[in-house]
Design a protein around this ligand. Structure first.
Ligand code: GLU
Length: 438
C-alpha cells in the first residue's frame, strides 16, 4: 500500500528552538515507522508559535536532519498537503476560529491582564496510553489555562490540540515529558466535543550513567552525526533500537524490516540508555555492507569538505572494498586514506616509537627498496615476492619487514594491506618514501 491509504495519521511536531536532538529524531522515526507500517500518513508540523525562541537555523536543522536521515514526510512544509499550512505561525486564522468556539460555549474568560483563560474542569483523567499503559490523574488542581496571551499569541497546549484535531491526527506519539500535559489536552478535546486521538508516550533517553540526556551531551545533536560521517541508515537503525525491541537478539535491521516489524507494543516501558559506542558500531556495520559505488559517492564530498579534494579514480573499487571494513564513520576514512592521497602525512607517534625500539630501520628499508626496484610489473604477487627476497637477503623473517615498510609508506601501524598500499602509491612514490624515511 502507498502512504495515505489507511486512516492512520501521525505527526512529528518539533519546536524550532535549537538543534534537532536525537530524542526528537527518535520521536520522528517512531512516528514515521508507525505511519509506514500502517500505510498511513506522516505529517511534519512546525510548532513555531514562540517568536522569542524560534530561529531560522533551528528550522533548517529540522529539515536537513530529517532529510539526511531519510525520514520523508507526506504532508508538511516544502511538501504541502490538504491540511496545511503546516507551520503554526501561519495558522492564526484557524486558532481564532477555535477560540471563538470555546468563547461561545462559555468555557473561557478574559483575566485582568487581558489574557484569555480556559476554565479548567479539573476532572480526573484516565489515559489509556499505548506505551505507558493506563495512567490516572486524580484530584487535579490546575489553575485555569491561558489559551491566548494578552499580546494575542496562542499558547502551546491550545494550538497543539487544535492542530491535532484539524489535521485529523489519529495517534499522538511523543516524548514522555508530555504525558503530564495530556490531562489538559483532554480538557480541551472535551470542550471542543471531539474524540481525542490515541496517545503513546515514549520513555526518555538517558546517558549511560543514568542521567537525563541533555543538549550539551556528546551525540545529542543529529547534525553531529552528519558532520562526523555516520551512516544515516545506521543511525536510524540505532535510534529504532533505542527504546524499541524487536524481541530478537540481533542489532542490524534494514529499514524495510523495521517498517514491517514496528509496533508501539514493542516500545519498552523503561527509559532507554544512549550509547554512542553502539551507534558507531551499527554505523560501521552499514559501511561494511556498502557497495563501492555508493560509498565513493558519499566519500568524495566528505573528503572534499575535509580538505582532500580527490579525483574519483583515486578511490578504485579494490581500495573501497578494503576501506569499508575499517570504518564506522566517514571521518575514520580520512586519516586512513590521507597517505594514499597526499605526500605529506603525519607519522603516528606510537608507530615511530615502536620502530625506533627495534633499531635503525634504514638497512631494512634500503633492502626493500632494492627488491622493489627489481619489480617490473608492480603487481601484488611480484610485490609479495619482492618483500620475501629482501627478507632473505637480510636473513630475516618476512614479517619483520612489514611493519617498517608500512610505517615508511603510510606513517601508520595499521591500515590497508601492504600490497594494496604499494599498488596505490605506484613504484616511484613507494621507492621515494622508502628512501626518504624517516
Ligand atoms: N512542539 C512540541 C515539542 O517540541 C510537540 C509536542 C507534541 O508532540 O505534542 O515537544
Amino acid at each position: 500500500m502507498v502512504a495515505g491509504m489507511s486512516s492512520v495519521r501521525v505527526r512529528f511536531a518539533p519546536s524550532p528552538t535549537g538543534m534537532l536532538h536525537v530524542g526528537g529524531a527518535r520521536t520522528a522515526l517512531f512516528n514515521w515507522l508507525f505511519a509506514r507500517h500502517h500505510s498511513g500518513t506522516f505529517i511534519l508540523r512546525v510548532e513555531d508559535t514562540d517568536q522569542q525562541r524560534n530561529t531560522p537555523e533551528a528550522n533548517e536543522a529540522i529539515f536537513s536532519g530529517l532529510t539526511w536521515l531519510g525520514l520523508d514526510w507526506d504532508e508538511g512544509p516544502n511538501r504541502g498537503g490538504s491540511h496545511g499550512p503546516y507551520r503554526q505561525s501561519e495558522r492564526t486564522g484557524i486558532y481564532e476560529r477555535y477560540l471563538a468556539k470555546l468563547q461561545d460555549s462559555g468555557a473561557t474568560y478574559s483575566d485582568e491582564s487581558g489574557a484569555i483563560r480556559f476554565r479548567c474542569p479539573n476532572s480526573p483523567r484516565r489515559i489509556a496510553d499505548l506505551i505507558c499503559g493506563d495512567t490516572h490523574f486524580e484530584q487535579r488542581s490546575e489553575p485555569d489555562m491561558t489559551v491566548r496571551r494578552a499580546d494575542g499569541s496562542f499558547i502551546f497546549h491550545f494550538v497543539n490540540v487544535v492542530d491535532d484535531i484539524e489535521m485529523g491526527v489519529t495517534h499522538v506519539i511523543r516524548g514522555e515529558d508530555h504525558l503530564s500535559n495530556t490531562p489538559r489536552h483532554l480538557d480541551l478535546y472535551e470542550a471542543f466535543r471531539v474524540e481525542p486521538p490515541r496517545f503513546a508516550h515514549i520513555p526518555l533517553i538517558l546517558n549511560e550513567n543514568g542521567s537525563k540526556m541533555s543538549k550539551r551531551d556528546e551525540g545529542a545533536s543529529v547534525a553531529e552525526y552528519r558532520a562526523a560521517g555516520y551512516h544515516p541508515t545506521g543511525v536510524l537503525n540505532y535510534l529504532a533500537l533505542l527504546g524499541w525491541s524487536p524481541k530478537e537478539d540481533r542489532e542490524i535491521f534494514p529499514l524495510e524490516e523495521l517498517v514491517t516489524r514496528f509496533s508501539l507494543e514493542g516500545i519498552t516501558r523503561g527509559n532507554a540508555k544512549f550509547s554512542l559506542e553502539k551507534c558507531g558500531w551499527i554505523s560501521g556495520q552499514y559501511f561494511h555492507g556498502m557497495d563501492p559505488e555508493p560509498l565513493r559517492e558519499v566519500l568524495l564530498p566528505f573528503l572534499a569538505t575535509a580538505g582532500l579534494e580527490t579525483p574519483a579514480d583515486q578511490l578504485p573499487d579494490a581500495l573501497l572494498l578494503e576501506l569499508r571494513t575499517k570504518i564506522r564513520t566517514l571521518s575514520d576514512a580520512v586519516p586512513l586514506l590521507l597517505p594514499l592521497l597526499v605526500d605529506v602525512f603525519p607519522v603516528e607517534a606510537a608507530a615511530a616509537a615502536k620502530l625506533a625500539s627495534q633499531g635503525d630501520p634504514s638497512p631494512l628499508l634500503r633492502a626493500l627498496a632494492t627488491s622493489f626496484a627489481e619489480e617490473s610489473s608492480w603487481q601484488p604477487a611480484g610485490l609479495e615476492a619482492a618483500i620475501g627476497r629482501a627478507a632473505e637477503r637480510l636473513g630475516l623473517k618476512k614479517g619483520a619487514l612489514m611493519f617498517p615498510c608500512r610505517v615508511a609508506l603510510t606513517g601508520q601501524s595499521g591500515g590497508f594491506g601492504l600490497t594494496l598500499v604499494l599498488e596505490r602509491l605506484g613504484r616511484e612514490r613507494s621507492l621515494e618514501r622508502l628512501g626518504r624515511f624517516p
